[in-house]
Design a protein around this ligand. Sequence first.
Ligand code: AMP
Length: 172
Amino acid sequence: MMTLEDVTSLIVDVKDFPKPGITFKDITPILENSEAFRALATIFAQNTPKQVNKLVAIESRGFILASAMAQHMNVGVILMRKPGKLPRKTLSQTYQLEYGEDQLEIHDHSIENDDSIAIIDDVLATGGTAEAAEKLITRAGGRVVQFQFLIELGFLKGRDKLSSPVLSHIVL
Ligand code: AMP
């Protein structure tokens, strides 16, 4: 199996995307390499606490990572989406962006009381998205036992906004 270092060496930094001053971490080269993608899914699955019974995947790269890791685990995947995408009754959580605000939604029926949840995404940046995800799952009656990210932009201190344990495979 490829090592975490082999896998992460495929990540490409794209300067000034989507706007000046942001360096975008492009993980698509990992997804395009079957060996790397399988290794990454295995590493994520192996590092998830045993009591986790559902993964919550944040749109949209979180969907890809959580779906792949779920194939190595005995868990389902809950999609946490941008507003207006989920067809049935939803619970939603508003959060602040640099300019304006955004929302995340889950299907109302997806979380059962005392579900043990790991929240999955590719990048932890300012933590606004993850904080909203944690609030939403908690309001729905779930217990967030882990956040798992491939990359954490440590200098943005996103983890300080989160109450649940954070595992990031690379901290920059
Ligand atoms: P934040 O709410 O600031 O922590 O941003 C997290 C969300 O934005 C995640 O869903 C990431 O996929 C995406 N994101 C933020 N910064 C970056 C970055 N530098 N490269 C790639 N994705 C990013």
